[in-house]
Design a protein around this ligand. Sequence first.
Ligand SMILES: Nc1ncnc2c1ncn2[C@@H]1O[C@H](COP(=O)(O)OP(=O)(O)O)[C@@H](O)[C@H]1O
Ligand SMILES: [Mg+2]
Length: 310
Amino acid sequence: MKIGILSRNKDLYSTRRLVEAAQQQGHHAWVIDTLGVVIEMGTSVDMPIRALTRSALPRLRPLPPLNGVIPRIGSSITPQGLAVVRQFEMQGVVTTATAVAIAASRDKLHSLQRMTQAGLPVPKTVVIAQAEGLFAAIQAVGGLPVVLKSAQGTQGEEVILARTFTAAAQGLVRLQQLGRLVLVQEFVAEALGRDLRLIVVGRACVAAMERCAPQGEFRANLHRGGTAVAITPTPQVAQLALAAARAHELSVAGVDLLQSVRGPLLLEVNSSPGLEGIERVTGVDVAGEILRFLATQYHRRINSLPHPGG
Ligand SMILES: Nc1ncnc2c1ncn2[C@@H]1O[C@H](COP(=O)(O)OP(=O)(O)O)[C@@H](O)[C@H]1O
Ligand SMILES: [Mg+2]
């Protein structure tokens, strides 16, 4: 196959590993800078998607004729990323994540709506558009303490634990000043700063770890100094992760859960899960699994296409 890895930086661990896995499996792989991709509409070109050259005066050059893409879209470039993935989809290129699926998982509110609609367990969460709704929202999720989080944050940056009403009001102002829609969520104290990260590829959970927040911190993100150990998820947890990925129409996903007294609760679903932590901790070749999945999808696609002339 001819595979494009959509990534801003070819030196990132995940990008490098995907290129490596593609080559090991006999594919040609290119790292394509998502922001350098130019989509043309209404012009008279037969290749509506090209890329800028990296030169003082960038020019348009054709992209290699890809038949598969692996989008690794960072949250800061979501709009351009979605447009590029959508364009590849329209051109019949197989992708590990569709634009619709990436958009659904990127927004925590949209994501919780989809999981709730699918009957999956999530923490009690209320979204408020007006500061006047804060008191009612805290009551609705069971009272203080609460977690406030923006619908768009990543790496724990926009997740605040509020133990008092004043702290909640201040947190709300801070997130609203960033122009964010704010979720008020029950604080799952019994999770004790731990969460579970499962990697779903196709119809299987291929790797799992438990992450633990550093002392004095409730957020278990590895970017916040969390540590991790490999785990074997229970069948219940694995089923939930698969169902969560399916609720977002994602075939490759990083699914996060919290262990609560009510059982596991789904926290969020990531369409570009980082590979470094999970591969190092579990020793699983996650990049290889993703490439094998993409190749399977590609072969399914070409085998289901009607043969010319019949
Ligand atoms: N409601 C909650 N109760 C307890 N801990 C939480 C809750 N929500 C988030 N956390 C902790 O904070 C971390 C970051 O929250 P998350 O919603 O995943 O945001 P982000 O997308 O920024 O990672 C989680 O991995 C978890 O450890
Ligand atoms: Mg998270």
